[in-house]
Design a protein around this ligand. Sequence first.
Ligand code: GLN
Length: 484
Amino acid sequence: MHLYELTIHEARALLNAGEISAVELTQAVIDRILAVDNAVRAYITLTPEAALEQARAADTAFRQGQALPLLGIPLAIKDILCTAGIPTTCGSRILENFVPPYDATAVARLKAAGAVILGKTNTDEFAMGSSTENSAFFPTHNPWDLERVPGGSSGGSAAAVAAGECLGALGTDTGGSVRQPAAFCGIVGLKPTYGRVSRYGLIAFASSLDQVGVLTRDVTDAAMLMNVIAGHDPKDSTSLDAPVPDYTTALTGDIRGMRIGVPREYFIPGMQPEVEAAVRAALQRLADLGAEIVEVSLPHTDYALPVYYLIAPAEASANLARYDGVRYGLRMVGNSLEDTYQQTRGQGFGPEVKRRIMLGTYALSAGYYDAYYLKAQKVRTLIKGDFDRAFEQVDVVVAPTSPTTAFRIGEKTEDPIQMYLSDVFTLSLNLAGICGINVPCGFDAQGLPIGMQIMGPALGEMTVLRVAYAYEQATDWHTRRPPI
Ligand code: GLN
């Protein structure tokens, strides 16, 4: 076993026992990055010197008796979360040289808990995408098959976790960007309830949908990271002022008597048969563990995709108006102010971001607002109502995370609708503001990971973690490592 393959809780135990040092662990992960990242390309920015410095400080703190939860644990951060003094690009030319003066709250909390930060991971530009191919810099490759995408938009974080290039990572999820790449890379990805983790310092894509999430090799690690990053933040007025439980206490392995809903709308024609078979087998496993499987209906599921692709671009068009070449980021000086705006935005934004800005501006414009944006908001309420009713009958809802396993690089880039469809099972949760986790549940005939999504109500993280952990302990999918 290599040190870079350790889970966070395994590394914690070895560090606590004094069997390894934070410097040894961090160096092993840096060596791993140097060995494989020219093939995987998970990182946009690497900060190895700073990481080793933090590791040395962690070893000193440990000798002085400090017992911080993540002391000496090397982690990666999606490049859409602000990091003081370290470039934060959002995968975009427009922020290529932007160095934030402050840390996102989630990053600050990891640091305060003793974590070592290795660098910033690749993302679709402004998190708009499902494959990491919309990064302005380069696509990330799936460690299970380098010809394939790692999913997105947190594809850099997911690939890094899967390939041993960090022990865990932060991502963000607006419509599936933590759960879908976790599924494609065979790891755990938790999207918390809207407001559970502060969005302060998360560069906004769609503010009513964005949420910080965690990507890890197992469920215990996800609970450990959530213990650190969850909680109220006075700097984010939408962050929830609810007590943060110790998420590791949900990991009992006992799900006897729990009620698990299977939504009939989530097993659709056209999905990869192996995905359906793996998720159905996983449901049987949950039944064997003593859960009761109940069919439920989420009748407005078909509207989730169009509703999301009105609301998310509408919010994006407003959020991205700030990149005008005046205060920060790229500035292309033109003959007039108007010309400067046009050149800066014309050259700074990639095609998908421009598409979203145009769609969103159209949906919000006078005469179309009522027909598109306002109607989408009403249907969003119906989608949330579907989940409210389902959670009156069941504790969690289980479905595939994505209708397919990882697709080939280039396969869907010419057809935005095909790309949008890869989030058909994940977007509804963001619209409803609820939580969900991906856990590995099998492999297809090509050896690509398959993911199962466990969805819970608002602030239901304890419940989804409990089910995820019980399933994980009864299976060994999470112990497989990619061939790279
Ligand atoms: N793939 C979806 C989109 O392109 C979701 C992205 C995300 O969750 N950030 O908008």
